[in-house]
Ligand binder design. Structure first.
Ligand SMILES: [Fe+2]
Ligand SMILES: [Fe+2]
Length: 160
């Protein structure tokens, strides 16, 4: 993840590369939510399973928005997802989703600053709205796991 560590000042080409990493993460989220929303078993998980279906649709909209901005900046949107954890265990699915959302929120908080530093205010505005939805996803998952929402201002290495 060294490429995630460029600080606030990036070039336009680096921003394209970073947004493509975000896009690969959005694809991962779409796939995970499609699979997990259908594979979750157990009466206690039926309401979160419905919620995950809603997330899948929101992640698709995020992917379209990020791909649009990669194209706008003159890049080619990637076509490959980050890997998705395959498990039949409900809490392992929810944990994988929560870890991904935490990574996503960290990345978009950084991206927002990078876009603003480059004067790309319209992209920043769209990322702000995506970030708001990612935090709702994070909250839904933490609640389903019976946990407090994790503090993602800390580095990812400290995740459980
Ligand atoms: Fe997303
Ligand atoms: Fe999300």
């Amino acid at each position: 993840m060294a490429s995630e560590d460029k600080g606030t000042t990036v070039t336009r080409d680096q921003l394209i590369e970073l947004l493509n990493q975000d896009l690969a993460r959005e694809y991962q989220a779409i796939i995970a939510y499609v699979v997990y929303s259908q594979a979750l078993k157990g009466a206690q998980y039926m309401s979160i399973a419905k919620e995950l279906e809603v997330h899948a649709g929101e992640e698709l909209q995020h992917a379209l928005t990020i791909a649009k901005h990669v194209d706008y900046l003159g890049g080619m949107p990637v076509a490959t997802a980050l890997p998705v954890v395959l498990t039949e265990e409900a809490t392992a699915m929810l944990r994988a989703d929560l870890n991904n959302e935490n990574d996503t929120i960290r990345a978009y908080r950084q991206r927002l600053k990078q876009c603003e530093a480059l004067g790309e205010y319209a992209i920043a505005e769209d990322i702000r709205e995506i970030l708001r939805q990612e935090q709702e996803h994070q909250q839904d998952l933490a609640t389903a796991l019976g946990e407090d929402v994790p503090d993602v201002s800390k580095p990812a290495a400290e995740r459980k």
